[in-house]
Structures are given as structure tokens and as C-alpha cells.
Write a protein that binds this ligand. Structure first.
Ligand SMILES: C[S@@+](CC[C@H](N)C(=O)[O-])C[C@H]1O[C@@H](n2cnc3c(N)ncnc32)[C@H](O)[C@@H]1O
Length: 199
């Protein structure tokens, strides 16, 4: 993941946005932190980073990659139910696409995120026309238009969502404040960033 040339510019844009939005020294929870690539960057910029990650394999890599930060408690592992209090929750690279519905998740995150804070998610963009070459994408187009979501037939249990469906699940605790990209950009970018403000 650290070496992925395709994903690196997306990751850099995501991290830059997080660091721009976070007040100085504010705590952050990296939800679905994977190997801790982002958490290490946030910790390096003076933010205490809590990490939640369900995969033991990922956690093993995180322990190695972020060993120093864990030792000095600038990165702290947390489990469910989430008990930390933070200004922001980040979920980079399709973490939220592993859920079939986000209502219970946003309910839980509402107890974690400070008033005025935010959730920033990087999700797979269901409108990206690059995927139109795949039969499953074309077969699900009407599902996307009508229901705003569908499951991708694979073992990974990944879904694709129209932003409005995630925004509906986030309410009333969070209000969608930003969608990047918008307009024609949605036809070409494989990922989209959704930012939700804690009401
Ligand atoms: C593509 S990886 C991204 C990891 C990391 N955020 C990054 O940017 O490198 C997706 C992550 O979502 C995690 N994940 C899967 N289901 C999850 C769930 N229900 N709750 C939280 N994380 C989950 C996986 O274990 C995996 O680490």
C-alpha cells in the first residue's frame, strides 16, 4: 500500500485535506486504519491519533510501521465500542464501502466526534465511467439510480453508494458539507471524498 503509485496521489490529497481541516493539536480517530499509514502522518503533525482496525493481519503491520508512535502514545489502538473522544474521524480508501448501511455507524460516531468536528471518508466513486467496461457496473446502473447503492459481487463484501444515501444515514447527527469531486470530475475519478460535519 505504501508503494502503490496509483493510490499515492489520492492518499496525499486525503491527508492534506485532513491536516487542513484539523485544528492544531486536535485528536483524530483513523477508522479502518489498515497498516497505520495515515495515522503515522497525523501523529507526525502533532495530532494524537486513535486507530481502530478489525483485521489482525493489518494490526500486525500497524504495530511494526507505527511502533515508535505507539510506544510514546501518539498513536493509540482502540476497540469497539469506541470510547475515545476526538475532533475528527477519518476513513481512507473504501473503509465505509465495507458496510451495507451506515446508520448504526454514524450513530456510534456521533458519540465520538466533538460538536463542530467532522467525519471524512474516502469512498469508491460509483459514477466513475472507467468502470463502465465491467458487466457488473452496467448491470447495477439502475440499482444505483433507483436505490443509490448496490453490492459488488466479490468475496470482499464491498458496496457502492451514491453520496445522498450516505448523507441520509449520517443524519441527524452529521450534515454532509463537502463532496470532492463534484460535477464532471465524478465521471473520471475512481474515489470520492465525503465530509460530514457534526451537528
Ligand atoms: C483498503 S483498506 C484501507 C486501510 C487504510 N485506511 C488505508 O488507507 O491504508 C480497507 C480497510 O477497512 C477495514 N475494514 C473492513 N471492514 C471494516 C469495518 N466493518 N469497520 C472498520 N474497518 C473495516 C479493513 O480491515 C481494511 O483495513
Amino acid at each position: 500500500m505504501l508503494a502503490s503509485k496509483r493510490d499515492q496521489p489520492v492518499r496525499e490529497r486525503f491527508q492534506k485535506l485532513v491536516l487542513t481541516l484539523l485544528p492544531k493539536g486536535a485528536d483524530v480517530l483513523d477508522f479502518g486504519a489498515g497498516t497505520g499509514i495515515d495515522a503515522k502522518v497525523y501523529a507526525g503533525h502533532g495530532h494524537r491519533a486513535f486507530v481502530y482496525e478489525p483485521s489482525d493481519a493489518m494490526l500486525g503491520h500497524l504495530a511494526v510501521h507505527c511502533g515508535e508512535e505507539i510506544a510514546r502514545e501518539s498513536i493509540i489502538r482502540v476497540a469497539l465500542p469506541l470510547t475515545c473522544k476526538v475532533y475528527a474521524v477519518t476513513a481512507n480508501f473504501a473503509v465505509l464501502d465495507h458496510f451495507s448501511d451506515h446508520t448504526a455507524l454514524f450513530e456510534e460516531l456521533s458519540r465520538v466526534v466533538d460538536p463542530g468536528g467532522f467525519v471524512l471518508a474516502n469512498m469508491v466513486n460509483p459514477y466513475c465511467l472507467v468502470d463502465a467496461r465491467y458487466a457488473w457496473w452496467r448491470a447495477n446502473l439502475m440499482n444505483l439510480v433507483r436505490r443509490g447503492k448496490y453490492a459488488v459481487p466479490s468475496e470482499s463484501g464491498v458496496h457502492r453508494f451514491a453520496p445522498r444515501v450516505v448523507a441520509r444515514a449520517a443524519a441527524p447527527h452529521f450534515r454532509m458539507e463537502r463532496l470532492i469531486p463534484r460535477g464532471p470530475g465524478l465521471a473520471i475519478q475512481p474515489f470520492m471524498f465525503l465530509m460530514f460535519r457534526r451537528v
